[in-house]
Design a binder for this molecule. Structure first.
Ligand SMILES: Cc1cc2nc3c(=O)[nH]c(=O)nc-3n(C[C@H](O)[C@H](O)[C@H](O)COP(=O)(O)O)c2cc1C
Length: 359
């Protein structure tokens, strides 16, 4: 059985270890969603990860509802990412771009107009805006023409990601955003070919993956899912069947890796009593499975030993420990993360976490 410190191939990417960095929104880009120089420092510091999955990155104005999150739809954004990917590569790392359309949880104040979703169902809760939190608004159901345009937006973002020097892309299919809104029957009540039976609800995911892969290469394309639990109000009457079917579809089209945020009841990030789906997905999917949420060295290694995971992604531990891989390898204590600076715009709590021995 491999250890977390052994190499692994995820499609065309050779990761030297199985300790990946989970996607983490940090809100350090400009209001035009252009990456800033500070972001190059942040990702360079974390280049020891087997693979860095970037923070969620908007594919279009319409799809981006997080203040100061970056994008990949405009040339200035693509240019702004180049120093980031160069910094990671110069430090010996690898980085893929997480491609994001937030669907119904984008507030119109962000400039994209009425949000789109699978169906005109308002999410519970509040949206992020530059003026603080505001109630979610009713989305309009995407027409088939909208879907063609959005698929093109995903493809354009994937193309820009490769121009910007990323090693590949990950489709953000998790956490109640647009792809997840199509997958689940609590947010998708369409009666056309994109709604109803599971095979129809998985269709948009597959079409987006195929469009992205046509630009980045299937061997440089991955996916994130959050099969259990509820985020942003999405839920499903049979998550086991839905996500097993999604994994079968990804197997059929040859997607090389799926990363999953699968919390348990004790999780410190959106806990849930819903059981994990990854064991069932493992039975039908032969690509690499990366598991996430609340992992430590021992619990992550246990998932490798069980044969369910091929790698583990770490989120908050990577925020607080740029040298996480070395610390885990040598059994050194970990810095704790500071919640107050997760989304603050400055360098504090971003590029100033101490390396071991420097505290
Ligand atoms: C500050 C913060 C930002 C996050 N941003 C993203 C994101 O951009 N995309 C995503 O898929 N998940 C995001 N997540 C979820 C994390 O990737 C991860 O699933 C979560 O932190 C649990 O893993 P951990 O226990 O290793 O931290 C975010 C979580 C945090 C705490």
């Amino acid at each position: 059985m491999p250890t977390l410190f052994d190499p692994v191939e995820v499609g065309a990417i050779q990761a030297p270890n199985r300790i990946f960095m989970a996607p983490l929104t940090r809100a350090r880009a400009t209001r035009d969603a252009v990456p800033t120089p500070m972001m190059a420092d942040y990702y360079r510091q974390r280049a020891g990860a087997g693979l860095i999955i970037s923070e969620a990155t908007g594919i279009s104005r319409e799809g981006l509802g997080w203040p100061y999150a970056p994008g990949l739809w405009a040339e200035a954004q693509t240019e702004g990412w180049k120093p980031v990917t160069s910094a990671v590569h110069e430090a010996g790392g690898r980085i893929v771009a997480q491609l994001w359309h937030m669907g119904r949880v984008v507030h119109p104040d962000l400039g994209g107009g009425q949000p789109v979703s699978a169906s005109p169902l308002v999410a519970p809760g509040q949206a992020h805006t530059y003026e603080g939190k505001k109630d979610f608004v009713e989305p309009r159901a995407a027409t088939v023409d909208d879907l063609r345009r959005i698929i093109d937006d995903y493809a354009r973002a994937a193309r820009h990601a490769m121009v910007a020097g990323f090693d590949g892309v990950q489709l953000h299919g998790a956490n109640g955003y647009l792809i997840d809104q199509f997958l689940r029957d609590s947010s998708n009540v369409r009666d056309d070919g994109y709604g109803g039976p599971i095979a129809n609800r998985v269709r948009f995911l597959r079409e987006v993956i195929e469009a992205i892969a046509a630009e980045a290469g299937m061997d440089r394309t991955g996916l994130r899912l959050s099969p259990n639990g509820t985020v942003n109000g999405v839920g499903d009457s049979d998550g086991q069947a839905l996500f097993t079917a999604a994994a079968m579809e990804m197997e059929r089209i040859g997607l090389p890796w799926i990363e999953m945020r699968e919390p348990g009841p004790q999780s410190t990030f959106r806990p849930t009593d819903e059981p994990p789906v990854s064991p069932a997905m493992r039975q039908v999917y032969s690509g690499k499975i990366i598991l996430n949420s609340d992992y430590r060295l021992e619990s992550g290694q246990a998932k490798l030993d069980e044969g369910i995971a091929d790698a583990i992604s770490f989120g908050r531990s990577f925020i607080a420990n740029p040298d996480l891989v070395e610390r885990l390898r040598d059994g050194d204590p970990l810095n704790h993360w500071d919640v107050d600076t997760f989304y603050s715009q400055g360098p504090e709590g971003y590029v100033d976490y101490p390396l071991r021995g420097a505290a």
